[in-house]
Design a protein around this ligand. Sequence first.
Ligand code: S3P
Length: 433
Amino acid sequence: MTARYRVSPVDQVRGRVRVPGDKSISHRSLMLGGIASGTTEVSGFLASADCLATLEAQRQMGVQVEQLSPTQLRVHGVGARGLAAPARELDMGNAGTAIRLFMGLLAGQPFASTLTGDESLRRRPMERVAGPLRLMGAQILTQEGKPPVKILPVPTLHAVDYVLPMASAQVKSAVLLAALRAEGTTKVTEPAPTRDHTERMLEAFGVQLRREAGQVWMAGGQSLTAAPVSVPGDFSSAAFFIVAGVIAGLPGFTIENVGINPTRTGLLDILRLMGADIRVHPRNEAGTEPIADIEVRASSLKGIQVPEELVPLSIDEFPILFIAAACASGETLVTGAEELRVKESDRLAVMAEGLTRLGIVNELLPDGIRIQGGRFTGGTIDSHGDHRVAMSFSVASLRCDGDIVVEDVENVGTSFPGFVEVAQAAGLQVYPA
Ligand code: S3P
């Protein structure tokens, strides 16, 4: 039997909580730290299953990583040409970011490597990354577009002028990582802004980039110099508590030390359009990523049409946004979000199924969903092994008439170890069952 949560109705969250470190930045700290010269001190690291897969892969390629505490790492960089051939397949588990960024990092290496992952990852599209890397001269084989991904050694890569067909930070980052080893200047153009953690960290490691709206240029052959990385709390983990607070934060509820990179915080804009009371208190901390405490209060939410330009800026937050929409008055319409179909699960279909199970009227669209506000009934929902779906339905207990059982929750540990404890500290009644 798979692990499950039992979640009982409550009508309030309160106090102050902290969430673990940012997943995207933690992956990148290991990857860039590994190919830098010098020692990268990482604080606030997310020791989740996904990031530990990246850590293990780096170790297999000869990067020494000391874990000084669960959240503190010392990465001994091997330099631009120092990675060693891995002795076996590199297993990325559930981590889409790890497999796609490693494809870029390994595309121009003088050794062969194979990247694979769990059942969910082996269903996810990899050609979106393999395609541009092949244009750069890489030799990459996929299994009908999916993992395992085999990367063959090539003598050299060359720069590319690549226009992304979809808004994807993973594809952009993979091309940039490959471009570090390519001859010439690579240019990447994105159809809409996506998270820019790779660009920020490359700059912090001394790489020269030119950035203009939606475009980035980078000359190949540049080397990285180690620099400390301070990982903020993950906005995508904070999102569950931000929504909990706007549903039922009485008198108020604060999530501390959250990364508020503007390429990540589209959820705040969407919730404000719905009428949410959200106050952002910036922290004065030096670093490449902005950080704040986010204070939220119970608000009367109303349904809206979500502006499509906010979709890439809140791409991981849709499962929890759908819970907010179910708690709003009237109808919420999301369109232009077809990328949600190729995440850890088909998040449009899986969320629609769960909402229906719990009595929320909705209509699944090819690229989005229409949700009618209401109250959740109790019931059992299947998260389909998707961590963010599992955590989202835990928050539904704030507007629920009976217990909710959430099935298949093991993967919560891929992004948010300790979720149950933080949820309980906030006042939610979530229990492993
Ligand atoms: C990520 C990019 C996004 C996001 C994922 C993390 C990253 O994926 O959904 O959780 O760290 O670059 P896409 O690039 O597929 O949109």
